[in-house]
Design a binder for this molecule. Structure first.
Ligand SMILES: *Cc1c(COP(=O)(O)O)cnc(C)c1O
Length: 453
């Protein structure tokens, strides 16, 4: 038998056919040729079978896909509020508007009153000082960069003492021992996995010691026979010996959330008040853009800012605009829980979630509502589960259904459990319910079609 791949049309023949159908006029000749090559390569990879619905439909699909950005908006129906794969914190409306405003020419590094050169940090420094009580503040690309910069600026060529219980991995390539090694500071481990005392740090102090580092265990909990030195005690020890303490808190929590059942994350203001150099992320509990924030005594923050690496790690105008706009929302404590989407989702009341779940379920034949639990995500509040109401639907294949939901426009990201698709309304806006229902109805219709066919 002859190879079916030989029967594939040539690129120019396919392009000519598509031109006749008006596709070149709609998408441009260059795009059409590129799409034709893609479609033919895909058919070749399938052993030479032509697309099921014909060459022109396949070409059109490819052209639409090529015209769409890869970094697309998605609908988050997982209930994971800080979903790392979905961009962590969704920005507040005010922050989105501020980004749009700043993206043209903006007063990024100009003092408009005098016309003199200004600092890009000025747009966030005052707000951060006001909201956290810190003497000084510096913003860089992310918290990993902030820690790297501070270690490099304060302890390069010298020793940093860390508890063995805090040599954590945050996700992917972020491991405390590796960041320390890259920063040029020597790691001195003290204590044990479960217990480290102040005395352990004291005994490890040496003339080469430049820093004591305390790392918040963001994404796991230690329970049982455990103990650690408090930040206050560490700072007191450090002060007696002239050694600064760096506290990597991970999540930048600016308002207490205990009354919503969320406990265990340090408040930025408390860490700052202990006079440690505090490091946190902008896009976790703070609810802003990806950024790393350094807060603390002026002399130390200034040393980090003056380090040549600060330039390599500096934030761009979009980040600064979004962060400043997010921080401004915290000036109004009465409104901040509603205005910052991360906080609004974390503190959503169970009755309104139940109502939203029922509204979604009513749009979906065969759907049920059930009590469930949402996760905070992003390595924050690891032990806390938030009670929610989920919508569940039985499907023949969860993997196939999840893939179809992702193929919807806009893509819908959901979870599966025990043969059912699980939709958590905590991370859905009211105006997204119709989108999710529409995507889910298509999944169910496709399942019917394939079981009948
Ligand atoms: C998340 C986290 C980081 C890393 O923050 P990025 O902003 O993602 O770089 C560092 N330290 C701790 C304790 C964290 O929880």
């Amino acid at each position: 038998m002859s190879d079916p791949r030989r029967g594939l049309p040539a690129v120019h023949a396919l392009v000519a056919e598509a031109e006749a159908a008006g596709l070149a006029a709609a998408h441009g000749g260059g795009e059409l040729a590129a799409a034709a090559r893609e479609v033919l390569a895909a058919a070749r990879a399938q052993g030479g079978a032509p697309p099921g619905d014909g060459w022109l439909r396949a070409l059109e699909r490819e052209l639409v896909a090529r015209g769409r950005p890869a970094l697309r908006r998605v609908v988050n129906a997982t209930g994971v509020v800080l979903h790392t794969n979905l961009g962590r914190a969704p920005l507040a409306a005010a922050a989105r508007a501020a980004v749009t405003e700043a993206l043209g020419y903006s007063a990024l590094e100009m003092e408009l009153a005098s016309g003199a050169r200004g600092s890009r940090q000025q747009h966030v420094r005052t707000l951060l000082r006001e909201l956290t009580g810190a003497e000084d503040a510096l913003v860089v690309n992310n918290a990993a960069a902030a820690l790297f910069l501070v270690l490099h600026a304060l302890a390069h060529g010298h020793e940093t003492i860390v508890s063995r219980g805090e040599l954590v991995e945050i996700g992917g390539a972020f491991r405390i021992p590796e960041i320390l090694a890259q920063s040029g500071s020597t790691l001195i481990e003290v204590g044990t996995t479960n217990r480290t005392r102040l005395r352990d740090y004291e005994l490890a102090l040496a003339p080469r010691t430049r820093l004591l580092l305390k790392v918040h265990r963001s994404n796991f909990e230690l329970r049982g026979f455990v103990s650690e030195a408090s930040l206050t005690d560490l700072v007191a020890l450090g002060r007696a010996r002239g050694i600064p303490v760096v506290h990597d808190v991970g999540s930048g929590l600016l308002v207490p959330l205990e009354r919503f059942g969320l406990t265990g994350e340090p408040l930025l203001r408390d860490s700052v008040a202990s006079r440690a150099v505090v490091i946190c992320s902008g896009d976790k509990l703070l609810g802003g853009p990806q950024a790393g924030i350094v807060l603390g005594p002026q002399a130390l923050v200034e040393r980090a800012a003056a380090n040549p690496l600060a330039r390599a790690l500096r934030p761009d105008k979009a980040t600064l605009a979004a962060l400043a706009a997010t921080l401004r929302l915290y000036r109004d404590p009465a409104r901040v829980l509603a205005a910052v989407p991360v906080l609004a989702m974390l503190t959503a009341d169970p009755a309104s979630l139940r109502r939203r779940a029922r509204r979604l379920a009513r749009r979906l034949p065969g759907a049920r509502t059930a009590p469930g639990a949402s996760a905070v995500g992003g390595g924050a509040f690891p032990g806390c589960e938030l009670p929610t109401t989920v919508v569940t639907l039985a499907v023949p294949s969860c993997d196939a259904a999840l893939a179809r939901l992702r193929a919807h426009d806009p893509p819908v990201i959901a979870r599966a459990a025990e043969g059912q698709i699980v939709l958590d309304v905590r991370t859905l806006a009211d105006d997204e319910l119709a989108t999710v229902a529409d995507a889910m109805r298509r999944v169910l219709a496709a399942d019917c079609a394939s079981s009948e066919g």
